[in-house]
Write a protein that binds this ligand. Structure first.
Ligand code: SF4
Ligand code: SF4
Ligand code: SF4
Length: 290
């Protein structure tokens, strides 16, 4: 923690950063912190409750953050993957951000939970994590942490759904998506949902019905899923933001598995590696249009 706080003080005092975005203690657990003066650097914390993917504040849809000056952002490895996504998609340039990587030992499911990591409390995103020591960084702080407890709960649930008949699966998703209020909190929470004007907000022509009913809800979720296939970093922030508890991580993870299977691609924190959605291969089988 001292290393992170000292670095924050230095970056702000030297004028290298206008704001350091990290986490601080809030009334309900950890919460994002925007540190703009060296004196406030001691507010910063990092532990297993620091769940938020702070890369979202680099999303060009957040002009309020831009107004604070050049940001230095504290990133776990999975957050660094989201930053790589923004760089890959030309939504950010590397000179416009300072990345402070933290060595990570996993996070709990929500920032209000106690910091103790167990199989029951660890976030599903940490299962099989390959970036506990992020590489896309300008500074790396903190000691190495032990591996998080293993939970394959998400993959188990996907296997259960895959084993259902198409009718049963349809019924499951109908019951889930019927709950969607179309608040779009899932979109706002996502670092990779960066369109200036989302297709679901367009009314002339209207591509997706915007009121909350099953037909429009299905159109929204199918569009969202396809737009994030091969781009989603699995941070789970969309699901955490959903006020009605729709298990969006099941959709996100299933698409990760499909993209791996079809394109041998796993989302990475190397912005130079092209994602399938932005790459062209002459030997692409293009089975989807056959
Ligand atoms: S996915 Fe990896 S980097 Fe992200 S919180 Fe879990 S262990 Fe840490
Ligand atoms: S779709 Fe959800 S899990 Fe994927 S990057 Fe966006 S917020 Fe994270
Ligand atoms: S946050 Fe939940 S309720 Fe709101 S649009 Fe997304 S899935 Fe629907």
């Amino acid at each position: 923690m001292k290393e992170l706080r000292d670095l924050t003080r230095k970056l702000l005092a030297d004028g290298d950063a206008g704001v350091v975005i990290g986490w601080e203690e809030g009334r309900r657990g950890a919460r994002p912190a925007f540190i703009t003066t060296p004196d406030d650097a001691d507010k910063l914390i990092f532990d297993a409750r620091c769940v938020h993917n702070l890369a979202n504040y680099l999303n060009p849809r957040k002009p309020q953050v831009k107004a604070l000056g050049k940001p230095a952002v504290v990133v776990k490895g999975c957050d660094a993957k989201a930053v790589a996504g923004l760089l890959r998609e030309a939504q950010l340039t590397r000179d416009r951000v300072i990345l402070i990587g933290v060595r990570c030992g996993g996070v709990v499911q929500t920032p209000e939970m106690p910091a103790e990591l167990t199989e029951a409390t660890v976030a599903t995103r940490c299962y099989g994590c390959d970036v506990r020591e992020p590489k896309l960084v300008d500074h790396l702080v903190g000691d190495a942490r032990p591996e998080p407890p293993v939970t394959a709960a998400l993959d188990r649930r996907i296997a259960e759904l895959d084993a259902l008949s198409p009718r049963e699966r349809w019924q499951f998703w109908t019951s889930q998506l019927a709950k969607c209020t179309r608040c779009h909190a899932c979109r706002q929470a996502c670092p990779l949902c960066h369109c200036e004007r989302c297709i679901t907000d367009k009314t002339q022509p209207q591509w997706i019905e915007s009121s909350s009913h099953l037909r429009g809800n299905f159109a929204w979720h199918l569009t969202r899923a396809q737009h994030l296939a091969g781009r989603c970093v699995g941070c789970g922030e969309c699901e955490r933001a959903c006020p009605v508890g729709i298990p969006l991580s099941l959709i996100n993870r299933k698409l990760q598995l499909v993209v791996k299977d079809l394109f041998d691609y796993t989302v990475t924190d190397d912005p130079e590696v092209p994602a399938p959605i932005g790459a062209y291969a002459v030997d692409d089988k293009q089975e989807f249009i056959e």
